[in-house]
Design a binder for this molecule. Structure first.
Ligand code: UDP
Ligand code: MG
Length: 427
């Protein structure tokens, strides 16, 4: 017998919650379902949990084996759902993410509604949203109530609160040549993009009950992606969901070995957690470990000095730039506590770059990664160019907003202005 409903669960590295999502399907009061677990090449912690459920012959498991560096190119869950739909056999389709659980009557109530109203092709329900900490402890909760018959459901109904007929999905496919739009610009709201397609054919009909619970963790994509600029500037410390930390250096990510934090005066409080698909956009550069003191490239934007000399250098473009005097340190707000001591022979090996003067003149070459402010506008220097940057982006990137170099308009005009580092909704 064919199942009534095909549930498509998309999964990526959520070992703490993915089992709840799966078990919530197993516990449904309606029996005639099939579950497609579409795993996006998760870590072992996650796949070990998921695979346990394959013994149930209603559960089908697929692994995308996507390479990490390709992750950001498409909206991954849209890709996975598009792969799943042709494999499914149910009359109705329903979606689930790995941080959401259906309440036990979810499938039965929606199936009954669609069965009874053969002219209706799309139903949706209310949702309980639970904000939790990294240990899943409840911080607060709220209910997203259904809001009548929706001609425009985009951004008003969650991914996990909808059921529709296969028939209407086929109509979408005929019109758009795909089901879900996997363009990466919809990563933050791929469900909304699909609801707009569905709405071309029909309205969404409400079931006035909460039928699923969604957990918002500190690691949810929406949260991590908020206020990120399209390009993470050099000099920012970043990590993804796993514990490895990296420095963005010449637009590559260089893994920082734990013991190097203290030695290079990096501040763990400044690490920015990125969604993995964004982190993996940056290819791997040389790791930052003991070897940098021998022959590997010293990270850029570091302040260094030799043990027995008073000369202080700023590393930029893999060269050392001498700070010409005390006023240079003051001008650019370099901090003495950030200076890293190096051996004479290590310093000598680093080629010389142009020295840094405290004077801002048309001939000056700015140090990279310095925050400037003119009037109420912030600018970040990179490659002798000033990029305007908004305060929400600065906060996201862990810049203290009160530490900046004051700039006059005249001084600003000495330098090229680059693309603003505004936040984007997609990467
Ligand atoms: N996802 C995916 N591949 C990835 C990242 C995420 O398939 O590389 C899936 C994830 O398993 C989930 C959906 O995309 O089913 C939405 O992700 P998430 O829950 O992190 O986003 P948010 O809840 O913040 O929208
Ligand atoms: Mg989610």
């Amino acid at each position: 017998m064919n199942p009534k409903v095909s549930v498509i669960l998309t999964s990526y590295n959520k070992p703490q919650t993915v089992w709840k999502a799966i078990e919530s399907v197993l516990k449904q009061t309606l029996q005639e379902w099939e579950l497609f677990i579409m795993d996006d090449a998760s870590n072992e912690d996650t796949t070990t949990i998921i695979k346990k459920y394959s013994i149930d012959n209603r559960v089908h498991y697929y692994n995308s084996h996507i390479d990490d560096q390709d992750r950001y190119k498409k909206t991954r869950y849209a890709v996975l759902i598009n792969q799943a739909i042709p494999l499914t056999t149910g009359k109705y389709l329903s979606y689930l993410t790995d941080d959401t659980e259906y309440l036990p009557t979810r499938l039965k109530e929606m199936v009954n509604y669609l069965d009874r109203n053969s002219n209706i092709g799309i139903v949706y329900s209310g949702q309980m949203i639970r904000y939790v900490d990294s240990e899943l402890k409840l911080i607060s909760e709220k209910i997203r109530k259904p809001d009548g018959i929706l001609k425009r459901a985009a951004n008003r109904v969650d991914h996990c609160s909808v059921m529709h007929t296969r028939n209407i999905a086929d109509q979408v496919f005929q019109k758009y040549r795909s089901y879900w739009d996997d363009n990466p610009k919809y990563w933050h709201n791929g469900d909304a993009a699909f609801w707009s397609r569905l709405n071309m054919f029909q309205s969404f009909y409400p079931i006035n009950k909460v039928l699923d619970i969604s957990y918002k963790t500190p690691y949810s994509f929406q949260k991590l992606n908020a206020y990120l600029p399209r390009k993470i500037p050099d000099g920012i410390l970043v990590k993804g969901i796993s514990s490895e930390t990296y420095l963005i250096d010449q637009q590559k990510r260089r893994q920082i070995k734990d013991e190097m934090f203290g030695r290079l005066k990096y501040d763990r409080k400044k690490i920015v957690t990125l969604p993995d698909p964004v982190l993996f956009k940056y290819s791997c550069g040389d790791p930052i470990n003991d070897k940098i003191f021998e022959n590997q490239t010293i990270p850029n934007q570091l302040l260094v000095k030799e043990e027995n000399s008073s000369d202080i250098f700023f590393i930029q473009d893999n060269k050392k730039r001498l700070l010409l005097n005390q006023r240079t340190i003051k001008k650019f707000q370099f901090k003495l506590k950030d200076i890293v001591q190096l051996n004479k022979n290590v310093i000598e090996q680093i080629p010389n770059g142009p020295p840094i003067d405290h004077n801002l003149s048309p001939h000056a070459r700015l140090p990279d990664g310095v925050l400037f402010k003119e009037g109420s506008t912030y600018f970040l220097s990179d490659n002798n160019t000033l990029h305007s940057i908004s305060s929400v982006v600065l906060k996201k990137l862990q810049f203290p907003l009160n530490e900046f170099v004051q700039l006059t308009r005249g001084e600003r005009l000495f330098f090229k202005q680059g693309e603003p580092l505004n936040f984007v909704l997609f990467q």
